[in-house]
Ligand binder design. Sequence first.
Ligand SMILES: C=C(O[C@@H]1C=C(C(=O)O)C=C[C@H]1O)C(=O)O
Length: 118
Amino acid sequence: MEQSGAPAGPDVTSNGGGPAGGPGAESTNPGTGTTEPGAAARIAEIRVRIDEIDRALIELWQERAELSREVGTTRMASGGTRLVLSREQEILERFRSALGADGVQLALLLLRAGRGPL
Ligand SMILES: C=C(O[C@@H]1C=C(C(=O)O)C=C[C@H]1O)C(=O)O
């Protein structure tokens, strides 16, 4: 069965044992989830890029939604339809072929962000 959640591993809230508030990952390397300094440094470095990617995704998401709304208003003002389902199918297939079932869910959210719910 296809996996779509987080990778298997210790609970994200756990620091691997020890009393809450006592010695462990939380007090040694706040927020990285590990006590090993090399791993903590690498995690912090990777997180810089993850944060950049998240900002870019949010910006692109918002730009796409605005453009999609503009297409909708332009089309309706010219007497056209609000939606073009064949085009939506194309987009769903693009995301499905690149990302699988999760891609379809993502594309559905992306489409809804622009043209609203069906
Ligand atoms: C933006 C358009 O309008 C609607 C929104 C779409 C989208 O967000 O990609 C796709 C098809 C239409 O239902 C379009 O026709 O291109």
